[in-house]
Design a protein around this ligand. Structure first.
Ligand SMILES: NC(=O)C1=CN([C@@H]2O[C@H](COP(=O)(O)OP(=O)(O)OC[C@H]3O[C@@H](n4cnc5c(N)ncnc54)[C@H](OP(=O)(O)O)[C@@H]3O)[C@@H](O)[C@H]2O)[C@@H](O)CC1
Ligand SMILES: [K+]
Length: 499
């Protein structure tokens, strides 16, 4: 059976794979295979059955442009009316020159997207591929603006033009194509799995072009790679075996965060969930679930409980003391929210984390990550892969860098995992608390820190997708419903694995 793992590649790794395969192939073979795949996808998805379909093919100066021109040729042979858009003079690519010469001499060509009475049925984007430098101004930028405003389906070849295929980030003022679909060549690219790259690529398909690729240190986490991490249990299971989750947070005025995290922990089927608040009065307040037992920060924590500290913890001296005690906890540990902000200031807590036997899990969003590394949030986002690895090493931890395409890393290796699930519906307060509790619940159930982080992150994103589908969009998320959907997502994964 083929390995279902989806590896994510850097541009350098793609070039190496191409170089290894290329010597055995005639010049231009891969570009022709690419064009066949693009033409077939475009035809099957948008053009089949249309009367006199009309397609704009954007062809840049390099080999991405060559792919586009070869695609144009194939579409014309299927009776599609093709309009070329060539904003720049051709570069040095001999392949592009040859592909251009194979097109009919009278083919319609413009340097901008022309206005038409009948809109194009499809735009094929072959302006720039993995050889792109950032685009800010000039003729390329002008065409990209036109395309993004056109309201027409866009199929990008290899990557949405202008996007950095390694980082998935644009610098301030840079632009790229916003695609409906991207057909990426040889292997999936790291930069299309996270942040702005994932947003710009639309639905992604991969075509290998027959080029063999090795496994990399970066995996796209989906059901195939995660099913094996699901906890397996028999019918004799009882709550003692399913572990305790201990949620430590909920200072006065911020009790909601601890309740939400506790609900996330409950969704994992953890045996018992405790919410420990700053005071007994805080514990008594709020919209509590009868399934959650309450404690205060002063209560002793069972040695084997999984501790989640930070949700609504606050920044008081007592919060610092609670954190400095928690990092000495011998059982599993997760730090979120205020615990991360305090960690950035407490060398005692940082030193204790570095010396922990079992790695703690840290779940920062980009701003928390920035505080921990002493840089700006923008610089974290410019290279999320490097940032998450730096954090994991600095704190001897498993780190989940949250955001579109959350990335997970671990101190002991350079590998990274990118979660394939998620939805903008999560962009609201409290969803991070739910994730912290969810991963904490999986730690309580005995999963190793890295597995709990990967599984919890994917389940949380999958639950968001389920909620968005139920609500028909990205407004109106109810966190109790999100926790229910987390439970459904775990059950679904478990069913798929064990039934
Ligand atoms: N590798 C493979 O295995 C295979 C690769 N294939 C295809 O080749 C693609 C890679 O082709 P590529 O290397 O020619 O790079 P590409 O992205 O076309 O751009 C380079 C050109 O654009 C220019 N340019 C760049 N940025 C610019 C800017 N901001 N503004 C203006 N100009 C800019 C740049 O100019 P220069 O930097 O030289 O001045 C140069 O002329 C790849 O994505 C895939 O589609 C497949 O056919 C089969 C197998
Ligand atoms: K492209």
């Amino acid at each position: 059976m083929p390995d279902p793992t989806v590896n994510l590649y850097t541009v350098q790794e793609i070039h190496a794979a191409e170089a290894a395969a290329g010597s055995a192939l005639h010049d231009g073979t891969l570009a022709r295979r690419a064009a066949h795949a693009v033409a077939e996808l475009g035809w099957a998805t948008w053009l089949r059955g249309l009367v006199n379909p009309c397609v704009a093919v954007l062809a840049g100066p390099g080999n991405n442009g060559a792919d586009a021109l070869l695609t144009a040729n194939l579409l014309t042979t299927r009776g599609v009316h093709v309009v070329l858009v060539e904003p720049l003079a051709p570069g040095k690519s001999a392949l592009r020159a040859r592909a251009r010469s194979e097109l009919p001499v009278d083919i319609e060509s413009h340097d901008r997207l022309p206005t038409r009475r009948r809109p194009f049925d499809l735009i094929i984007d072959g302006l720039l591929g993995i050889g792109a430098r950032p685009v800010k101004y000039g003729p390329l930028a002008a065409v990209i603006h036109q395309v993004n405003a056109a309201g027409v389906p866009v199929l990008s070849i290899d990557v949405p033009s202008g996007m950095n295929a390694d980082t998935g980030a644009l610098s301030e003022g840079d632009i790229c194509i916003q695609a409906s679909r991207t057909l990426t060549l040889i292997g999936h690219k790291r930069g299309l799995a996270t942040y702005q790259g994932a947003a710009a690529a639309g639905q992604i398909s991969v075509t290998s072009l027959g080029v063999p690729t090795d496994a990399t240190g970066c995996v796209l986490d989906g059901t195939a790679s995660l099913a094996t991490l699901c906890p397996r249990e028999d019918a004799t299971v009882h709550k003692g075996r399913r572990g305790d989750a201990w949620i430590l947070g909920g200072a006065a005025g911020m009790t909601g965060a601890a309740w939400i995290a506790s609900t996330g922990a409950l969704a994992t089927g953890a045996g018992r969930v405790f919410a420990a608040f700053e005071t007994a009065a805080s514990a008594a307040a709020g919209d509590r679930s009868p399934q959650i037992q309450t404690r205060t920060w002063a209560a002793p924590v069972p040695e084997r409980a999984a501790v989640v500290i930070g949700c609504g913890l606050g920044q008081s001296d007592d919060a610092v003391a609670a954190l400095e005690t928690a990092v000495l906890h011998p059982g599993p540990l997760l730090l979120d929210a205020d615990a991360l902000n305090l960690l950035a200031r407490s060398s005692t807590a940082a030193a204790a984390l570095a010396n922990r036997h079992a790695a703690a899990v840290l779940t920062p969003h980009p701003l928390e990550a920035a505080r921990l590394l002493g840089v700006s949030a923008a610089s974290i986002q410019q290279d999320r892969f490097s940032a998450v690895r730096a954090l994991a090493r600095r704190f001897n931890a498993v780190v989940v860098l949250k955001g579109n395409g959350s990335i997970i890393s671990v101190a002991t290796s350079d590998s990274t995992w990118v979660s394939a699930s998620g939805h903008p519906i999560l962009a609201t307060g409290g969803t991070g608390d739910c994730l912290a509790g969810l991963i904490g619940g999986l730690l309580a159930r005995g999963l190793p820190p890295l597995d709990a982080a990967r599984l919890g992150t994917w389940i949380h994103g999958r639950a968001a997708e389920l909620e968005a589908a139920r609500l028909g969009g990205s407004c109106g998320l109810d966190l109790a419903q999100l926790a229910h959907s987390c439970a459904r997502a775990i059950n679904e994964l478990q069913r798929n694995r064990f039934n």
